[in-house]
Design a protein around this ligand. Sequence first.
Ligand code: NAP
Length: 320
Amino acid sequence: MKAIRVHEFGAPEVLRLEEVADPQALGGQVLVRVRAAGVNPVDTYIRSGAHAVRPTLPYTPGLDAAGVVESVGEGVARVGVGERVYVAGSLTGTYAELAVCEEWQAHPLPENISFAQGAGVSTPYATAYRALFQRARGLPGETVLVHGASGGVGTAAVQLARAAGFVVIGTGGTDEGRKLVVEQGAHHVLDHHAPGYLEEVIALTGGRGADVILEMLANVNLDKDLNILAKGGRVVVVGSRGPVEINPRALMTRDAAVFGLSLFNASAAEWASINAVINTGLENGTLRPFVGREMPLADAPRAHESVLKPGAYGKIILVP
Ligand code: NAP
């Protein structure tokens, strides 16, 4: 099969399309013919060697994919050969024509969701759900600011929050991105490059501030976020690309809190909740992954450059 292989950590050019042996599903495992693979910022951090997760070289990148079950190992009962599935992580990497995952990582993909959309499900929706409910313990009726709502996690968060009864404010950096945020269900949208835009959160909440902030770029925004929180407000640091100085007094005066989040820390029980919510949402149509761009698998280096550039627009997907 064809697969993207990384022989050394480094720049996007280390992603090379190669011919490798087909992987096999052992007991309790599922072999999936990949029809689309999701590109996430974390794939680029791992590829560069800067992430805590450092796979043994050479490796095939990719956590998310959708496709059709090719074969199953002994004891697998939840999915069968020929079924459409999306995968939440794999043992062999998803930037490939075939990928092996554990049985619990393969989930039915409803007919109304395309393979490209399915490849945009796992990391974005799992992160958004974990941020909103497992870390911030958000409640229906609260106001959530999705700070960076035009990308993969942001669009997922807007859909999840809207479906659960939150008042949703999202931000985007381009006109196209902000239009997308509204289409995903945000009640209000702001431009995170406009001077003073965060003061509008205070106005939009009648002076209270946001109950929950999902923060995609904490090194730029965290200190400012603390000043627009409601009493008892919670910020969840989903993304950060450097250090930041904050004034802790803003937390004291509000009984507020800042939470970290790593999807890699989710327990089996937490994944069970995450997948139950995602699978229900895909089925009933409240969750609709938005694919902004599809690229051939060989273009993985270009996809890694694009996913880190400003002007996010839903998901970038690789097609084998
Ligand atoms: P993405 O698709 O590239 O989206 C990035 C988002 O950040 C876009 O909405 C982008 O908007 C926005 N952004 C850019 N500059 C901003 C600013 N100054 N203020 C607020 N938002 C800004 O990436 P993603 O997949 O959604 O992931 C978002 C972040 O979360 C990444 O840093 C990723 O590494 C991280 N993440 C962490 C975990 C975890 O386990 N902790 C899991 C998944 C993702 P514009 O491009 O329109 O400016």
